[in-house]
Design a protein around this ligand. Structure first.
Ligand SMILES: [Zn+2]
Length: 185
């Protein structure tokens, strides 16, 4: 399995659940504002779970400072699907889930996940499928699962800011505070 690892909490839970023998992780630096702390988090998590981490770097994907990042999950998953056969993997897993108010964007939903799954299978002649085990679960359910699995939350990075410390003001920072992570302050 190729595990899409953003360094955030959801992908950390995914890693804790599926970092089995033979799996690999993939971090994509697509020019996101928080790519440095996310990359460090992905590295630390991969090291913790003793899984090989691959990194891809994209330049010029979105305009600098763009808030809207259309089809981001589509791009990231496509990269995973493209790389999977060469890395000996037949599934691409990602930590998409349902927020408290429903799915967060057009490219994070059950229907989108199913469409990408179909496209991956079709586009690789059945070699690669998409696996989104949390897609119908809430954030709280995903985090509870992470608690049970003993995810080292202190390694994760949730903030939209560039670091080195979380800003404490953005939406994920506020969620982290509610969740009581050690990294919330
Ligand atoms: Zn923040």
């Amino acid at each position: 399995m190729l595990i899409m690892l953003s360094g955030g909490r959801d992908s950390a839970v995914l890693l804790a659940e599926y970092a089995k023998c033979g799996s690999v992780a993939l971090f994509v630096n697509y020019g996101q504002r928080n790519s440095t702390p996310e990359g460090i988090a992905a590295y630390e998590l991969a090291k913790h779970y003793e899984i090989t981490l691959h990194t891809v770097r994209l330049q010029g994907l979105y305009p600098t400072g763009a808030k809207d990042k259309p089809f981001r999950n589509g791009v990231l998953l496509s990269i995973g699907v493209a790389m999977a056969p060469g890395l000996g993997q037949d599934r691409v897993a990602y930590g998409g889930h349902k927020g408290a108010l429903g799915w967060s964007s057009y490219d994070n939903s059950g229907l989108f996940s199913e469409a990408m799954h179909a496209a991956a299978l079709r586009g690789t002649g059945g070699q690669v499928s998409i696996f989104a085990p949390f897609i119908y679960q809430s954030k709280a359910e995903v985090l509870q699962r992470g608690e049970k699995l003993g995810v080292p939350w202190s390694y994760t990075w949730s903030c939209y800011g560039p670091g080195p410390e979380p800003c404490g003001e953005c939406k994920p920072c506020k969620e982290v505070k509610e969740f009581g992570s050690k990294r919330s302050i």
